[in-house]
Design a protein. Structure first.
Length: 165
């Protein structure tokens, strides 16, 4: 059985390099990737350099726990320090946003709250899955983005090219 999974990727330390590295690893583990545009956004929760963020969709037969474990491994492989502060600069941040329409608190919160709170997650989510319904709010991601207060957080689409190897 395969699940449709949505992943938030972010980096503010050599972000082009680390996003490309993460995409290569995700492609290796999951095959075909559906990519949003890449967005430049201000740091949220701390003063720091801007982040590059995007959303990636994949299909997987891995369990939620296996997906989360894989993401932690990819982060560590690319210089993310175990136990680093939540609001701090980072080489790579991979967050599981959705696993099909599963709603749970363990092993991680799904759907992830950041989807509706952060423009850098919601805008690319609306881009890759505009008609998909949020499993709790039962509104499409496009409708959620249309209703989002865009004065809250500033972000801009930026050029980004990644070619699968």
């Amino acid at each position: 059985m395969s699940a449709r999974v949505f992943i938030s990727l972010g980096s503010n330390i050599e972000p082009q390099r680390y996003l490309k590295a993460a995409l290569s690893e995700l492609s290796y583990h999951f095959g075909e990737l559906t990519l949003s545009s890449v967005y430049d956004s201000e740091a949220v929760g701390f003063d720091g350099s801007n982040f590059l963020n995007m959303v990636v969709a994949v299909d997987t037969s891995l369990s939620i726990s296996e997906v989360v474990s894989l993401f932690k491994s990819i982060e560590r492989n690319h210089g993310r320090l175990v136990g680093a502060k939540k609001f701090a600069p980072r080489t790579l941040d991979l967050d599981l946003l959705l696993y099909d329409d599963v709603v749970t608190q363990a092993p991680v919160e799904l759907p992830r709250a950041e989807i509706t709170k952060n423009a850098f997650v919601l805008w690319p989510m609306a881009e890759v899955a505009p008609d998909l319904l949020h499993p709790v709010l039962e509104l499409s991601y496009q409708a959620l983005w249309d209703e989002y207060d865009k004065t809250e957080q500033k972000l801009w689409p930026v050029p980004f090219v990644w070619a699968p190897s």
